[in-house]
Design a protein around this ligand. Structure first.
Ligand code: NIG
Ligand code: FE
Length: 416
């Protein structure tokens, strides 16, 4: 299909020269084009520019959209989710309201183990259907690329079941999906007093089978207080490297866990959560290619300390923002809402939020050559907003759905 979007009030995050990520001061720069057009053909952006230049172009489009008063953004890239899961955990959240911490709930057999049990009880088809509904939800909210982790399987067969569901989503969902093998998320009951035995089981039995499927490109470990140690993480990442699995690490959510240092040591693509970041952690990031990624939904939902996002940007680092969509710490994959929470709690500007949720998250999931900005030759994954006065209004109106029309792979989504 070919689409011409014309009379766009403002095209946002246009790319002049190709960048893989945006760092430090550049985080506050977002290129925009007023009174503009975008032409897409098949699944690619073919051209964009000023309306005044359109007449000379003679484009033939099967579909013409008038975007008067509206803006066009590149779709969000969400580089950290656990959206393949069974059921939900709202009842467990009552314990949280009554004062228990995330770790305390986990220790009582709730948390990840609760999700693992629910996952083992439903069929693969059912798991796929529940997950597909979540994909549809985030698509409607403007996401065009998403990373999905395993990690609620904990044992071989259930981890493979998750991976097969992710593969089926890759084949059927309209958005780009990248898979991560979350090798160490929690210790299952059978190994309760034998964490080392579990790590060995992960490395010798689960990892080879997962790697053999070739669905997952990335490997993850929950390296934090009460979960997996630095030396266990080191062991798992070193084994993963032999299969070519690139790390993306859960780090420093609950403590100064050393997770950031082990992530950067293994050239992780990203280290995520980052509530506990000091000078040493900033230094580790500085000497690496690892994308610092904050997950404002999880920090908001669990009442965690606010990550020093501003300090990291001031130190010249890039910053990404992802949703962490999962049933325990962030039961939402709404990237617009994540942006607004980050604006309010981390004091980030609209320009920083846009870079953090598009090009930098694209980098954090290995797709910044094809996603994350409006650029000639990139995937035609975009959304048209409702009529809005300014770019800033998009993040400021935190409860409003401002996504009007969605284009993914160059196709206009029905009912949008
Ligand atoms: O990113 N922190 C570890 N894992 C997930 C939560 C998983 C869960 O509670 O189900 C997270 O927050
Ligand atoms: Fe997570």
């Amino acid at each position: 299909m070919s689409i011409l979007i014309k009379n766009i009030k403002k095209t946002v995050q246009t790319e002049n020269s190709h960048v893989k990520k945006v760092c430090g001061k550049d985080m506050s720069i977002v290129n925009t084009l007023d009174n503009s057009f975008i032409f897409t053909e098949k699944d690619k952006i073919v051209d964009f520019g000023k309306m005044s230049d359109l007449e000379d172009k003679n484009y033939f489009a099967e579909k013409i959209i008038d975007a008067s008063g509206k803006m066009v953004f590149p779709s969000f890239c969400d580089s950290h989710t656990h959206l393949v899961y069974a059921g939900s955990r709202e009842i467990e959240y009552i314990d949280k309201i009554k004062g228990l911490s995330y770790e305390e709930i986990a220790k009582r057999g709730g948390g990840i183990l609760n999700s693992a049990k629910l996952l083992s009880e439903i069929s693969e088809d059912e798991l796929y259907e529940q997950s597909f509904l979540r994909i549809n939800e985030i698509v409607r909210q403007g996401t065009g690329a998403v990373e999905i982790k395993t990690g609620y399987g904990l044992k071989l067969e259930a981890e493979l079941k998750m991976l097969r569901v992710i593969k089926r989503l890759q084949e059927t969902a309209p958005i780009t999906i990248k898979a991560t093998y979350l090798a160490a998320h929690a210790v299952p009951r059978e190994y309760k007093s034998n964490q080392t035995g579990y790590v060995n089981y992960v490395i010798s039995e689960i990892m080879p089978a997962i790697a053999n499927e070739k669905t997952a490109e990335f490997i993850d470990v929950f390296c934090d207080k009460g979960f997996f140690t630095v030396s266990e993480t080191d062991k798992i990442l070193s084994a993963g490297a032999k299969y070519g699995l690139i790390p993306k690490i859960h780090a420093n959510e609950l403590d100064f866990s050393g997770g950031i240092q082990v992530a950067t040591k293994y050239n992780a693509l990203s280290a995520d959560h980052l509530e506990y970041v000091g000078e040493n952690e900033i230094k580790a990031f500085k000497n690496s290619r690892t994308m610092p990624t904050i997950l404002p939904g999880a920090a908001f939902f669990l009442n965690l300390p606010i990550s020093p996002a501003r300090k990291m940007i001031n130190a010249g680092l890039p910053l990404a923002i992802a949703s962490d969509f999962n049933p325990g710490s962030s039961p939402s994959g709404n990237m617009k809402l994540m942006s607004s929470i980050a604006m309010i709690n981390y004091k980030l500007t609209s320009q920083e939020l846009i870079n953090a949720t598009t090009i930098n998250t694209a980098y954090a999931m290995g797709v910044s050559d094809t996603h994350g900005s409006i650029a000639v030759g990139k995937k035609a994954n975009l959304f048209i907003t409702k009529e809005i006065p300014t770019v800033e209004y998009f993040h400021y109106s935190f409860g409003s759905d401002l996504v009007d029309k969605i284009i993914l792979n160059g196709n206009l989504l029905g009912n949008s």
